[in-house]
Design a protein around this ligand. Structure first.
Ligand code: CP
Ligand code: NVA
Length: 301
């Protein structure tokens, strides 16, 4: 039996594999828009364990499996034995005997790794405190559809050195772009993840210098899920790191703006930038659907 492939971080797949998934995502998008059937995963079932809230991830996986001819189950710890303390290893053994694939959104990345270790079927990371690789598939698809290959381009991350920032660092390695990270002191990304990317990624403290001539400007909330109690203090620490119109003017004339959403308008980004012509956030959200369908095909083929 061929060994199972998991998608816990972008680094689980090679550059060629990631690019092939993105090609297929754009093809699936065309089929979907043309209402052409593409039931390539008929009879297959995805389980989705959500220990944190979600709009995009849940709906894109659930709709995606239905469109591919399969089905998806939403599993919340509130209603499963996970919430009553059944060990993750036992849950993985049981679920993977019934399902064809499992997606997990949780807090500790290590918990996801433990699940994958005991799973007989592919496991997909639907976001952990450490990384959010599914979002990067959609972001890379979106950039390519608008501006072509991202290799050799400059991307600027403004804001928290969080899970999304870590996935951008990994993406810089796999997709071959340079990444400048503008975050306030005390909110840097993980040192090991950053160091592993070598000179592809650098911290540029001043956001105005960081966005200069950038091809893509990206931000995310200052308060990730699980950090709600730090909200007030974080809003003070991140003052000066809002993506503003004047920042976008420093970027390249054809720069795009992305945000994984949900966005807090007026905090991490000027309220109307999301709706400006250089913003592709709505299509970025839509591409979660197409990119994850391509990922599911790849893992379940
Ligand atoms: N971007 C993203 O993962 O959104 P949700 O939290 O709504 O799934
Ligand atoms: N960094 C955010 C991303 C939400 C999709 C969080 O972890 O809450």
């Amino acid at each position: 039996m061929a060994s199972i492939r998991h998608f816990l971080t972008l680094l689980d797949l090679s550059s060629d594999e990631l690019n092939a998934i993105i090609d297929r995502a754009s093809e699936l998008k065309r089929l979907q828009h043309a209402h052409k059937p593409h039931a390539t995963l008929s009879g297959r079932v995805l389980g989705m364990v959500f220990e944190k809230s979600s709009t995009r991830t849940r709906v894109s996986f659930e709709a995606g499996m239905a469109q591919l001819g399969g089905a998806a189950l939403f599993l919340s710890p509130r209603d499963t034995q996970l919430g009553r303390g059944e060990p993750i290893e036992d849950t993985a053994r049981v679920l993977s005997r019934m399902l064809d694939c499992v997606m997990i959104r949780t807090f500790e990345h290590e918990k996801l790794e433990r699940f994958a270790e005991y799973s007989q079927v592919p496991v997909i990371n639907g976001l952990t405190d450490l990384v959010h690789p599914c979002q990067l598939l959609a972001d890379m698809q979106t950039y390519r559809e608008h501006r072509g290959d991202i290799a050799g381009r400059t991307v600027t991350w403004v804001g928290d050195g969080n899970n999304m920032c870590h996935s951008y660092i990994n993406a810089a390695r796999r997709f071959g772009f340079s990444l400048r990270i503008a975050c306030p002191e005390g909110f840097d990304p993980d040192g090991e993840i950053l160091a592993a990317a070598g000179d592809r990624c650098e911290i540029v403290r001043d956001p105005m210098s960081a966005v200069e001539k950038a091809d893509l400007v990206v931000t995310d909330t200052w308060v990730s899920m699980g950090q709600e109690e730090e909200k007030k203090q974080r809003e003070t620490s991140f003052a000066g790191f809002r993506v503003t119109h004047s920042m976008m003017e420093q970027a390249s004339p054809d720069a795009l703006f992305m945000h994984c959403l949900p966005a807090y308008r007026g905090l991490e980004v000027d309220a109307d930038i999301l709706d400006a012509p250089d913003s592709v956030v709505w299509e970025e959200a839509e591409n979660r659907l197409h990119a994850q369908k391509a990922l599911l095909e790849f893992l379940l083929a």
